[in-house]
Design a protein around this ligand. Sequence first.
Ligand code: C5P
Length: 308
Amino acid sequence: MVTVRVPAKVNVQLGVGGVRPDGYHDLANVFFAVALGDQVTATPGPGVTLSCSGPDADAVPLDDSNLAARAARLLAAHHGLADPGVHLHIDKAIPVAGGMAGGSADGAAALLACDALWGLDTPFATLLDLAADLGSDVPFALLGGVALGRGRGELLEPLPVSGTFHWVFAVADGGLSTPAVYRECDRLREEAGLGSSAADIPDPDADPALLAALADGDPVALAAALANDLQAAAVSLRPALADTLHAGTEAGALAALVSGSGPTCAFLAKDADAAAQLAAALRASGTCRTAHATHGPVPGAQVVHTSA
Ligand code: C5P
């Protein structure tokens, strides 16, 4: 039996370029791994099967559409294993379809857990390549820390960071579809007369002020630099998110933004006490289903327990 712990992410900068001929958008995506995370436990079994526990377990698909199942099959195929046997149990804390890469995290965790269970010793660089085949956000869940993601987000460069930042995540009722949010971003750009193709929209780049705030461990400077080009699209599809963002700033957050494609909202706090107070205020505000205080950066997916 092998248990892997894997972090959720928030994008402290999500710069979105125009839509490419393959339908993806080139990004300047600064990923930040937070302690809020899932655990995936792999045990030997016939075929590839899944189970899930946690408050939102009912919302998690247990068929081959789940990235954890696809990860197990991809790793087995890469090594030519004809008959992979694994049961994967996902203990889910990351909001489902919430813009925190929870499905991607489970895919990354499953790669690592199956690699250990099957004794494959796959090089990390190969795991990163397999992760990129699974989805744009999966490689970062293996890497963790803070990293700049270029291309569709899968070309990663670790970034220097000091200290610990304190966050609160406000979880919405129901998820948002990532492709739908990207489509809405394109539609809003067309409506504004900007065009939406890669020829129309300048290539996004990492903001030097944001990189300096991370390197300095300065939450006030980071708060001033947080930016998400998908935020307007997420709020357009889910207007109530504006109330959640407002409730967090009213309650003293240093800054508020939509996490990735949403609908989870992220709030930066000055320290752990401020984060705990902010989470309580958001839970009482009636503008979200629940709110969690957490911190980061933390490492990527890691084996935390093995037994025979
Ligand atoms: O790579 P992944 O399967 O996670 O992406 C899900 C969807 O999100 C893509 O099919 C695409 O619609 C959108 N996407 C995008 N540009 C990116 C990443 C994702 O348009 N850089």
